[in-house]
Write a protein that binds this ligand. Structure first.
Ligand code: NM2
Length: 525
């Protein structure tokens, strides 16, 4: 009986939480919005430091692991070849971990920073413009990608080195929690992961849909109403549900390939037909500013905010804390995915590859799209900021694209790309969610199960979009990410414990189960 495969406590637990959050918001939207505002405030002002801490921890920890002996452990047997070429590997990784938000924020994030800069800079000043073109790259840079990579470590390790097919987050903390994983604690960990991903998806879909709606409106003249947005959201859901239903190879991989090629085309187009020199110089300049201020940005909080006479910008809470939370909620899912595609690589290659290629991809988007908008602003060709303040960010994004030649085609390509990016993130999300609520996964998770989670993923965003301003959408990730911070520490601990044990055993007993590159020898527990 196929229903026997379902892990009911996890399945129902996740469903109950999802409905428990969504239904009250549907029936009491105003009170809901108020509670969400309070929650946002409470979390960011009291626990902001924890989010920043986990970000920096992931970064330093992974650099350490990559260059330690553990980094030389190969994910697989001695004879295993890399399962995917580095290009496909990086493309799949990027398509899974990055959704349509990169088009949204890549294009417009600078405009928020330019008028509300960090570190007490004067809005629209010289200093503000430098931060505006740099901070986006920071929020989508090495720390962010380190957050994504951390869960991949234990998961890939158990999958390829200890050869246990782990498709649950709870399994990856077994070295620390032991048999507690088999009881309610294990279920709670998996439910928190599902809840986190739902929160992150809520932020993503509720941001992405109005932007696509604006593109559709621009091309067809259909007015942007809530109905149009809901229809687009449901259409996107149907697309990624079909892809998830078709499975990993036929659905997910095909969509990833198409979106990477379309991205390359679009970026090249904006780079060539936009202000090529300005884009190159500003991006290059930002990399220097970032390198110089990296740790300052990574630890910036405003501890003196409550005392009179000190500037309070609210910037770290509104941006860095929110961003780290948003990356955290997606991290276990991306970890599961990265682990799956990394057979044949060493841990060092997996870690550095994710951080370097991931950051590189994001720098391209922010450097090209963002600096194009910034150029329009600074030259006075188009006042992006006033337009955004009056008509909202999604409309401003489409209007920026209209400043390019053949702009209708560009808007169409941009909107299609946004849909594809959403689809490539959510088809793999539904796939992973379905795996996590099953006791066993032989081959692929059950089809109805994949389809069910695809539609569930769209429920919270639908509700959020109806009530949401930016703060509401950010709160979904911030609140859902909180418990996952602790799970991230457990995941790191778990990896260290298991891999150190195996390294020690292989030294003592000299018989092969782990393969360490560089020394050309196989050793065993
Ligand atoms: N992250 C990368 O909306 C999306 O693009 C999905 C968002 C966590 C900021 C991921």
């Amino acid at each position: 009986m196929r229903f026997k495969l379902i892990d009911w406590p996890t399945f129902l637990g996740a469903l109950v939480i999802l409905l428990g959050v969504s239904l009250p918001l549907i029936f009491f939207p105003e009170a809901g919005a108020k509670v969400i505002g309070l929650a946002n405030n409470f979390m960011t002002s009291n626990f902001g430091i924890l989010y920043l801490l986990i970000g920096l921890f992931c970064f330093l920890f992974l650099i350490y692991v990559a260059f330690s002996k553990n980094g030389r452990i190969k994910l697989g047997n001695r004879e295993d070849k890399k399962e995917f070429s580095t290009f496909s590997w990086a493309a799949m990784l990027f398509a899974a971990g990055i959704g349509s938000s990169i088009l949204y924020w890549g294009m417009i994030e600078w405009a928020y920073y330019y008028q509300g800069p960090p570190f007490g800079a004067t809005p629209k000043s010289n200093e503000a413009v430098e931060w505006a073109s740099t901070y986006g790259i920071f929020h989508w840079g090495p720390i962010a990608w380190a957050i994504y990579t951390l869960p991949a470590l234990p998961i890939a390790y158990f999958y390829y080195v200890r050869k246990k097919p782990v498709l649950k987050v709870s399994e990856a903390v077994r070295p620390v929690l032991g048999k507690f994983v088999d009881g309610p604690i294990g279920n709670i960990i998996d439910i928190l992961f599902i809840f986190g991903l739902m929160g992150g998806a809520g932020t993503t879909l509720a941001l992405g849909t109005p932007m696509i709606a604006e593109g559709v409106h621009d091309l067809t003249g259909i007015p942007v109403t809530l109905g149009l947005k809901a229809a687009i959201m449901i259409l996107c859901t149907i697309i990624f549900a079909i892809s998830a239903y078709s499975g990993l190879r036929r659905g997910i991989k095909v969509l990833s390939d198409i979106s990477i090629w379309l991205t390359i085309l679009l970026m090249a187009f904006v780079f060539i037909f936009g202000p090529t020199l300005f884009i190159s110089e500003t991006t290059f300049n930002s990399l220097g500013i970032l390198a110089d201020n990296f740790f300052r940005m990574a630890t910036w909080l405003e501890p003196f905010r409550d005392f009179g006479g000190f500037t309070e910008t609210g910037f770290p809470e509104s941006w860095t804390v929110f961003y780290w939370a948003w990356w955290v909620v997606y991290a276990p899912f991306v970890g599961l995915f990265v682990a799956r595609i990394s057979r044949g690589r060493t841990i060092k290659e997996m870690v550095l590859g994710t951080m370097i290629y991931g950051t590189f991809g994001c720098v391209l988007f922010f450097g090209i799209l963002g600096n194009f908008g910034l150029y329009l602003q600074l030259t006075g060709a188009f006042d992006v900021i006033s337009f955004m303040n009056e008509y909202g960010a999604p409309a401003a994004i489409i209007e920026v694209l209209h400043q390019l030649p053949m702009s209708n085609i560009v808007v169409a390509a941009f909107s299609i790309l946004a849909i594809l990016f959403l689809a490539t993130t959510f088809d793999s999300s539904s796939y992973i969610l379905a795996s996590v609520v099953q006791k066993q996964v032989t081959g692929e998770p059950l089809r109805w199960n994949r389809l069910f989670w695809a539609f569930m993923l769209c429920l919270l965003p639908l509700v959020l979009m109806f009530i949401g301003d930016l703060e509401t959408l950010q709160t979904a990730s911030i609140v859902a990410g909180f418990p996952l911070i602790f799970i991230m520490f457990l995941l790191a601990w778990s990896f260290v414990k298991a891999s150190n044990y195996d390294l020690r055993m292989s030294r003592e007993f000299k018989s092969p189960t782990i393969f360490i590159t560089g020394k050309e020898k196989r050793e065993k527990q």
